[in-house]
Design a protein around this ligand. Structure first.
Ligand SMILES: [Cu+2]
Length: 182
């Protein structure tokens, strides 16, 4: 009977000691051009700034109408910033910047943003702004479904089990010692 309580207690203890795993993944902090913005001139480069440092393997691509890829050269990662030069002058239209990064916690994260290059004589209207605000809201960064298994999480699970086992063992010894004395 008493051992049941002790095991329960040990598990509660282990849960309390386990670090909270709900920490935020790395996400986009800002960009040039900004998400949902309309620019008067084709940008010469894209600048993506993240809320933590990112891995050197991080990259992005620029897609135009019908998902046509526009060539980006010399993508560079510098701490939490990624930049790349657009090889061509983008014609008027809406573009997507799809980024794939490895966050500071080792998790791959991907998402996209969009911006519009103004066409000749195009006026930015309130309706257009509202439309881009809608797109912006729908673009929350997410972990890709094909992400490799979370090694950090497995390590944590093993740590929790180890702590629980150690606690059970220690309490078992205490109980036995007490029984011998009594
Ligand atoms: Cu993460």
């Amino acid at each position: 009977m008493r051992n049941g309580y002790l095991i329960g207690f040990a598990f509660v203890l282990a849960l309390l000691l386990a670090p909270v795993s709900a920490s935020a993944h790395t996400g986009l902090k800002s960009s040039v051009p900004a998400n949902g913005s309309t620019v008067d001139r084709p940008p010469g480069e894209i600048v993506l700034e993240f809320n933590t440092d990112i891995g050197s393997m991080s990259t992005f691509e620029v897609l135009g109408e019908n998902d046509k890829a526009w060539s980006v050269s010399s993508i560079r990662v510098d701490q939490n910033k990624m930049t790349g030069k657009l090889d061509a002058s983008l014609p008027g239209g809406t573009y997507k910047v799809k980024w794939h990064i490895v966050g500071r916690d080792g998790h791959p994260v991907e998402s996209e943003l969009s911006f519009t290059v103004k066409r000749e004589g195009q006026q930015s209207s309130a309706a257009q702004d509202a439309a881009s605000a809608g797109t912006q809201a729908a673009q929350q960064p997410k972990e890709p479904a094909a992400a490799p298994p979370e090694t950090g999480g497995n390590g944590r699970t093993i740590a929790v089990i180890a702590i629980a086992a150690a606690a059970v063992l220690a309490l078992g010894i205490v109980v036995r010692l007490r029984r011998k004395r009594g």
